[in-house]
Design a protein around this ligand. Structure first.
Ligand SMILES: O=C(O)[C@H]1O[C@H](OP(=O)(O)OP(=O)(O)OC[C@H]2O[C@@H](n3ccc(=O)[nH]c3=O)[C@H](O)[C@@H]2O)[C@H](O)[C@@H](O)[C@@H]1O
Length: 376
């Protein structure tokens, strides 16, 4: 075979082998370095970028991250940038924020498009991470029709782009496709127990439709898809008004306000640190696994247990923290328990979470402490 002709398989191998190991220290340093930048409005940009790898033109890929200015997307962008790829962020800033990607602005490998994926997009790319969609129940229920449009039409547009450009696309699905599960823990072959009329339907059914679209593009048009079912994720860059339990508890404890528990606090979740998720997403993209894969931390805690872990961690920063619990009405359709079976991710991606909740909480609390200091 002519040595200069690259098959898709070889190109994929080259992409995989270029991932390498990027240490957590480096990622933390990245977080700190942009924090130390004094931003004059949005007019000024970092003078010095974090060092990125130099890849040759065959190794260097154009990678689109929809929702790349969001909480999860921006951490993924950091990893892809450090690896030396060209990264194109597409975001409508509904829940994403420029702050999350400010440290890459004007870097020659980085491009930001303010664009709503509900509208078609014509660009050339090699890989697509499709993450764009509000994920916090507070956000996705604020405008449920928009959430459904993003989940369905947005995914349709991204799959159409993947079809035209013959790029591999990873769809960010969710543990919410299992609804309020009757099977525990949840394996990928469980079809779920989802309400199509309740307040969470816009997100749950939207994501189920997104998965159905992906598999239809695979069977009808041979599109190269990957599907990640993401379980509860937390970490630095969660928004103050995110509304999810980890950020709510941390902010409430740091401000010595009561921590709001919906219901009796016995609902369970499995909390994964965002660095683990990003590693899982990248491994899935690199893999040959086209079935849906759960990406989550299988260690399960009740909301009450989480509240005391958060309080203990906040006390490391503020020993006088005396935040108490306040019990509020249970949320309609709130899943009572959730825990991923991650056998498939272990077998197919050789992936399992590395961050304990205690360690992840320390880093997240540290982030919110610095946010509070900067904004006080
Ligand atoms: O964090 C995530 O990644 C997931 O968050 C949400 O799912 P949910 O599990 O409902 O997330 P939270 O809003 O953080 O709620 C978790 C539990 O804590 C409770 N909660 C939440 C907030 C609060 O202040 N107090 C409180 O007790 C909720 O009632 C629920 O039982 C989204 O729907 C998922 O798509 C997303 O993947």
């Amino acid at each position: 075979m002519n040595g200069r002709i690259e098959t898709k398989e070889r190109l994929t191998r080259r992409y995989s082998s270029s991932r390498g190991d990027i240490s957590n220290d480096l990622l933390e340093e990245l977080g700190r370095s942009w924090k130390s930048i004094k931003i004059d409005g949005y007019g000024s940009v970092p003078k010095h970028f974090q060092h990125v790898r130099k890849l040759n033109p065959i190794e260097k890929k154009s990678i689109l991250v929809s929702g790349g200015a969001g909480f999860v997307g921006s951490h993924l962008v950091d990893r892809l940038m450090l690896m030396g790829h060209n990264v194109i962020v597409v975001d409508n800033f509904l829940t994403g924020s420029k702050d999350n990607i400010l440290h890459w602005m004007d870097h020659p490998n980085f491009e930001l498009l303010r664009h709503d994926i509900v509208e078609p997009l014509q660009i050339e790319v090699d890989y697509i991470y499709h993450l764009a969609c509000p994920a916090s129940p507070v956000h996705y229920q604020t405008n449920p029709i928009k959430t459904l449009k993003t989940a369905f039409i947005g995914t349709l547009n991204m799959l159409g782009l993947a079809k035209r450009t013959k790029s591999r696309i990873l769809i960010a699905s969710t543990s919410e496709v299992y609804g309020d599960p009757e099977v525990h823990p949840q394996k990928e072959d469980y079809n779920g127990s989802v309400s199509c009329t309740g307040p969470r339907a816009c997100y749950d059914e939207g994501k189920r439709a997104a998965e159905a679209l992906a598999y239809s593009f695979q069977s009808q048009n041979d599109v190269d898809i990957r599907v990640a079912r993401i379980f509860n994720t937390y970490g630095p860059r969660m928004k103050w008004n995110d509304g999810r339990v980890v950020s709510n508890f941390i902010l409430q404890a740091l401000r010595d306000e009561p921590m709001t528990v919906y219901g009796d606090g016995s609902a369970t979740r499995s909390f994964q640190f965002v660095y683990d998720l990003v590693e899982g997403l990248m491994r899935l993209m690199d893999s040959n696994c086209t079935e849906p894969v759960n990406i989550g931390n299988p260690v399960e805690y009740s909301v009450l247990e989480l509240s005391s872990m958060v309080k203990d961690t906040v006390k490391e920063f503020n020993p006088s923290c005396s935040s108490v619990l306040v019990f509020k009405h249970a949320i309609e359709d709130d899943p009572r328990r959730r825990r991923p079976d991650i056998s498939r991710a272990k077998e197919q991606l050789n992936w399992s979470p590395k961050w304990s909740v205690q360690r992840g909480l320390q880093l997240t609390v540290k982030y919110f402490v610095s946010e509070l200091e900067e904004n006080s």
